[in-house]
Write a protein that binds this ligand. Structure first.
Ligand code: ADP
Length: 507
């Protein structure tokens, strides 16, 4: 027998046993609700007999679901770490083999060893790889390999279900599994009694991001002058893993630059590396190109500063501008975001101000070059058109009108009026715009209104920049010489170059 002497159930699938993971709940941030719920498992693992004496049903399996990198593995390790019990970790894909019986043997082996060393924690990451919806085995098919692998997967899953059902006998073992594709899971696995808790591990909010950054910053030598809150606010949607990577990247930058600790500039550099990419050596804009880029970027930045100053508008201010080519961009403006809630309930004035900020790119070109405008501002013009269209159609913030698209199904089904939270907890307000138009006249009407709105906002922006042309010109010059400029420097320039009567430059 070719396979004799090879124990497939153990070989590659040797679970990584961690006597003590060393991870504590204090290493986890941004998912407080989940941690709160999971505390009970720790209490159980520390003293399973107590639950027994009082007559509490021991916790069964717990399914952690959420996008990658948000701390599912981390929190599972923390449970074992807090309780001081062994942690058996395997990935769902490690059970997927072509040979029938191998996966189920590995499952049996995993549970057996965990039970011997109880109390303990079993963790299967990406359980969807092994527990996809069964299709009913032995279906007629000419594809034998397909049949064999499907049969193998289903046998493995059946074994897992059996182990979970027989869990009461193995008191003191907690089974945790993680997935970001709950929809793929076999319904049998989700039936009550198997996973009695399903916990969502959501991407962190701004406060969570700050706490996560603090945890990771405490593991490196971070200068006290670094304001971490800037990054937590400015990096919406970043997972814990990405934030951890940011701190590591900043540490590497600091080392490369010979700094004795991580400075703010190192953090900025790391953000740029992880977003747009590293600095491109060898790509350098010529003087003409630099002037155009500096003008459009400064137009955008200075418009936002002017709106804040003189119209007390709630707009993002510019954090810094760079005309150093990086990754796929030749230049960039980094904005300082407002708090998350401001975006949730954005109002008409706020959106119109943002429209002005986008249009600032072309307006600045017109102030400096007159009618000699260029393609340098087209991306911002595209942003502006997109935003204006949304203001008019989906959000309907101008004169209300009939719009394209259908409300999401739950709005029609439910006897409910008003906004609702979608799955991720954000406000669902983007209707489907790909629907065919109701009639063609409506399309014309949308186009007409979009154009009128853009024209109006453009004229205002142009007039504003003309009044501040001296400051604009100075800021552009500084940016070209320094290649980078901070929001504070822009403010300083605005302080020193007061408003003037407009000049008109015609080329
Ligand atoms: P998942 O299992 O959800 O894909 P991980 O737990 O493997 O994510 O996260 C990878 C790493 O990212 C962790 O080891 C940790 O360094 C960091 N991380 C992720 N989420 C968090 C969090 N909520 N708090 C602190 N660090 C986190």
């Amino acid at each position: 027998d070719l396979w004799q002497g090879i124990d497939f159930s153990r070989s590659k699938a040797e679970a990584r046993v961690d006597g003590s993971t060393g991870v504590k709940f204090s290493d986890v941030a941004g998912i407080d609700e989940a941690v709160e719920e999971l505390q009970e498992l720790v209490r159980y693992l520390k003293n399973p007999e107590l639950f027994d004496t009082i007559g509490i049903k021991p916790p069964h399996g717990v399914l952690l679901e959420g996008p990658p990198g948000c701390g599912k593995t981390l929190v599972a390790k923390a449970i074992a770490g807090e309780a001081g019990v062994p942690f058996y970790q395997m990935a769902g894909s490690e059970f997927v083999e072509v040979l029938v019986g191998v996966g189920s043997a590995r499952i049996r082996d995993l549970f057996k060893r965990a039970k011997v060393n109880k109390p303990s924690v079993i963790f299967i990451d990406e359980i969807d790889a092994l527990a996809t919806r069964r299709q009913g085995i032995f279906k007629e098919s000419t594809d034998n390999l397909y049949n064999a692998s499907t049969q193998e997967r289903e046998t493995t899953l059946n074994q897992l279900l059996t182990e979970l059902d027989g869990f009461d006998t193995g008191k003191g073992v907690i089974f945790l599994a993680a997935t970001n594709r709950r929809d793929l899971l076999d319904p049998a696995l989700l039936r009550p009694g198997r996973f009695d808790r399903k916990i969502k591990i959501c991407p962190p909010g701004a406060k969570g991001r700050l706490d996560i950054l603090k945890i990771h910053a405490s593991k490196v030598k971070m200068s006290h002058s670094v304001d971490l809150s800037i990054y937590s606010r400015n990096l919406p949607g970043w997972s814990g893993a990405k934030l951890a990577q940011l701190v590591q990247e900043a540490a590497l930058v600091a080392v490369r630059k010979g700094h004795e600790s991580i400075f703010q500039s190192d953090m900025d550099d790391a953000v740029d590396r992880l977003t747009v990419g590293p600095r491109r050596i060898g790509v350098k804009l010529g003087h003409q190109g630099q002037c155009r880029r500096a003008t459009t970027e400064m137009g955008v930045a200075i418009t936002s500063h002017l709106l804040r100053r003189f119209e007390s508008a709630k707009v993002e201010c510019c954090d810094r501008i760079s005309i150093i080519p990086r990754g796929w961009t030749l230049s960039q403006v980094v904005f300082r975001r407002l708090d998350d809630e401001s975006y949730m309930f954005e109002r008409r004035p706020q959106l119109l101000h943002r429209l002005q900020v986008f249009l600032g790119a072309r307006a600045a070109e017109e102030v400096i070059y007159g009618r000699d405008t260029s393609k340098a501002s087209v991306s911002y013009l595209a942003d502006a058109s997109w935003l204006a269209r949304k203001i008019i159609t989906i959000w309907n913030l101008e004169n209300p009108m009939v719009i394209h698209g259908e409300p999401p199904p739950w709005r029609r089904e439910a006897n409910f009026i008003g906004p609702r939270l979608d799955f991720e907890g954000s406000l669902y307000n983007d209707y489907n715009l790909t629907e065919p138009p109701l009639n063609f006249n409506l399309d014309d009407e949308v186009a007409r209104r979009t154009e009128a709105l853009i024209r109006d906002m453009y004229d205002r922006t142009l007039a504003m920049l003309q009044r501040h042309h001296a400051a604009l010109l100075k800021a552009v010059k500084v940016l070209i010489t320094q290649e980078e400029i901070s929001g504070e420097e822009i403010d300083f320039i605005l302080d020193n170059y007061p408003q003037q009567t407009p000049i008109s430059v015609v080329l």
